[in-house]
Write a protein that binds this ligand. Structure first.
Ligand SMILES: O=C[C@H](O)COP(=O)(O)O
Length: 330
């Protein structure tokens, strides 16, 4: 069994790097044609947790895989350098060495560390030489309502400070008013300001009203060159959900079918249990295929998921659960 775990897990470590989505002209006919059958989507989403179960002997490998796909996040008003340094240490060594040794796993890290602009330099320094990218939330996160020129400037400053990935927030108003041109222009300006840094577009789906709006906003952001689309900031009252994920994943698939470019997916906010992470991975495998199960095309945005995964791995190895406080993140 251990051989299986090692083969699965190491073969699932970062390998591929997808060419960036260059975007395209805004295609309003495509956007306006979008339909979303909410009750059918909700019915299908409700079946997802029971539809696929990961066999017990493969669970550890899938959990290790999930770790490699986490944007390990701290986005709190009371963040300090100390907390960010501890988080970075966790990103470098996400699971205790003796557990990894038993699982015959080496070189495991999280996908990235995600912080506010102010904490970029601390994180970049702490992760120096590891290859773990720092992602920064910019553009007046989480509401995205600061003056436009300041949001663009914040991106530039975050990139200059060393962020390799920028998570922007869109203006929800543009979606709610059906102003697709404004959303496209905004996203394009953000993408431009990112330069070589990859850009994840946070849709804040809990504030977009309908699943149809979520689909349309996903398409428009991809047309404007988003490298990833991301559900939520973690600060809305409803964050990542399975119905929303189904819609965004279908939009990604449709965009790929039409343009040949793969855009990444990042569910974020409220994903804190290992078993939920496995449902998401199964969903991606079913809907988009194995290629999307790599850190260049999939991330979990999560502050506490790693702790639960580590607990489950400990149980897998020792047969016992440890207390949650032993797996504090920061
Ligand atoms: O982008 C990541 C989210 O802010 C994390 O949300 P969470 O604290 O609910 O895991």
């Amino acid at each position: 069994m251990q051989t299986t775990i090692q083969q699965d897990a190491t073969h699932q470590l970062p390998q591929a790097v997808e060419p960036r989505n260059p975007g395209m002209e805004l295609d309003l006919d495509w956007v306006r044609a979008v339909q979303a059958n909410t009750s059918a989507i909700e019915r299908r989403a409700a079946t997802l947790p029971g539809r696929r179960s990961v066999k017990k002997e493969h669970q550890a490998a899938w959990l290790l895989k999930a770790i490699s796909l986490i944007d390990l996040t701290t986005l709190a008003g009371d963040d300090t350098e100390g907390r960010v340094k501890r988080l970075c240490a966790k990103a470098k060594q996400p699971v205790r060495a003796e557990l990894l040794e038993k699982l015959e796993m080496t070189g495991l890290t999280t996908g990235a560390v995600c912080v506010y602009h102010d904490m970029i330099e601390t994180a970049v320094t702490a992760l120096d030489g590891t290859g773990i990218p720092v992602a920064a939330v910019s553009t007046g996160f989480p509401a995205g309502l600061s003056p436009f020129h300041l949001r663009v400037e914040e991106i530039r400053q975050s990139v200059a400070a060393g962020a390799a990935e920028i998570d922007i927030v869109i203006t929800r108003r543009h979606v709610l008013q059906g102003n697709w041109q404004a959303l496209y222009d905004e996203m394009k300006a953000f993408r431009e300001a990112c330069g070589d840094a990859h850009v994840k577009a946070i849709l804040a789906t809990g504030e977009l009203g309908t699943l149809r709006n979520v689909y349309k906003a996903s398409l428009v952001c991809m047309m404007a060159g988003a490298d990833f689309i991301k559900t939520s900031t973690g600060k809305e009252s409803v964050n990542a959900t399975l119905p929303v994920s189904l819609v965004m994943i279908r939009a990604i698939r449709e965009y790929y079918d039409r343009t040949g470019f793969r855009v990444g997916y990042k569910p974020a906010g409220g994903i804190s249990k290992a078993k939920d992470a496995l449902v998401y991975l199964a969903l991606i495998k079913d809907e988009l295929g194995d290629r999307w199960l790599q850190p260049d095309l999939f991330r979990f945005g999560a502050s506490s998921l790693l702790g639960d995964i580590e607990r489950q791995l400990e149980h897998h190895v020792t047969g016992k659960y440890s207390a949650g406080y032993r797996h504090a993140m920061g």
